[in-house]
Design a protein around this ligand. Structure first.
Ligand code: PA5
Length: 352
């Protein structure tokens, strides 16, 4: 059943955010972000018929930036929400990990299908006789799938990679489900999409964007939730075009905590807590919040309850919208990433 994406009308938009700001959303990022519930359902369906031919004990997900996050999230769900011995690793460079062998499923994910690091990792891994699944909306990855007769999962076109996060992640989860590596997520996916459609988090996100306006957003989360903190950081970078940094508990207590001693600059710290952290980590988060506040850093704690998949995507949704509103506050169109594109052009062609 297809439902219309939930997007507020002009009147509702004005209630959330002053009228003069909406002009900066020239390419419709708001509509795309708000369509996440539909992307979730459609992404999960995309993976339905994709079944690895044989079993495997290791999964390597190669991908960069907005595509690569799908691998980080997959690792999180496999490690912290499932009882399996299958290991998921991510590869974010030019070479496949040394451990890739015939017992590995290599998933190369690139929304454009043209990211050189991902193409290179695919090439080095494929030589080692692993199973291969290629995921893209087209590009060289699709061409190579045809030439090398590798399975290809085609994504819908015309999105920014980072705005296709649900299309990138949910098919991968479904493939691991089809392979018997993870439990069935059908019901959780359904409930998650329905919950996101029901929730009106735009006003909350608009308010959060005000808290970090003119400041560098810092994002902290437990190690098990780190990919979500990283997603917030990269969305601040790419949507709001601002510096942002993230770190994980409890490692940050062993170094970064001290950094506010001499230079507690213009920061706003977001603590993304779940109810699943080790009880000592929950205590560490509370203490660290106090330390930062004493140093003059403003803080916000975000705590989304429920199953891990729901926590992950509800928090991502809120972060995506927060960075969207921050972009508007800066008078910036959230969608284009011209500098990244120019940088890729400046690198010149890469022959694999
Ligand atoms: O968000 C972006 O545009 C980037 O982070 C890209 O995702 C990254 O450069 C990799 O490109 P692709 O996702 O097409 O593989």
């Amino acid at each position: 059943m297809s439902e219309e994406p939930v997007v507020e009308g002009q009147e509702e938009k004005q209630k959330v955010f002053p009228d003069e700001y909406w002009q900066y959303d020239r390419e419709g990022a708001y509509r795309t972000i708000k369509a996440m519930p539909d992307h979730i359902r459609a992404g999960y369906r995309l993976g339905e018929g994709v079944r690895p031919a044989r079993s495997f004990s290791r999964v390597v997900v190669a991908g960069m930036g907005g595509s690569g996050i799908a691998g980080d999230l997959l690792k999180e769900l496999v490690d912290y929400d499932n009882d399996t011995k299958v290991v998921v690793e991510t590869a974010k460079g030019y070479d496949a990990p040394k451990t890739v062998d015939g017992d590995t499923l290599l998933i190369a994910v690139s929304y454009s299908g043209n990211t050189e690091e991902t193409l290179s990792t695919y090439k080095t891994a494929a030589r080692k006789g692993c199973q291969v699944l290629l995921v893209s909306s087209g590009g060289k990855l699709e061409e190579l799938a045809k030439v090398n007769r590798h399975q290809h999962l085609k994504l819908p076109k015309d999105l920014q990679p980072r705005m296709a996060v649900a299309y990138l992640f949910f098919p991968l989860l479904r493939v691991l489900e089809n392979a018997g590596v993870v439990k069935s997520y059908a019901q959780e996916v359904d409930e998650l999409a329905a919950a996101l459609r029901r929730q009106d988090v735009s006003a909350k996100a608009a308010e959060l964007s005000g808290k970090c306006y003119g400041k560098t957003p810092l994002i902290y989360a437990d190690q098990s939730f780190y990919p979500v903190a990283y997603r917030w950081k990269t969305q601040f970078n790419e949507n709001a075009k601002t510096t942002s940094f993230c770190h994980a508990f409890s490692e940050m207590n062993h170094n970064e905590l001290l950094s506010f001693e001499n230079r507690a600059g213009a920061y706003h710290a977001f603590f993304l807590s779940t109810d699943k952290e080790h009880r000592r980590v929950a205590k560490r988060i509370a203490l660290a919040k106090d330390v930062l506040q004493q140093k003059g850093v403003s803080v916000t704690e975000i705590n989304i309850k429920g199953p891990l998949l729901k926590q992950v995507f509800t928090t991502i949704y809120l972060g995506d919208l927060t960075s969207f509103f921050l972009a508007l506050r800066y008078g910036t169109d959230p969608t284009p990433v011209e500098l990244i594109e120019r940088f890729k052009r400046d690198l010149g062609p890469f022959l694999i």
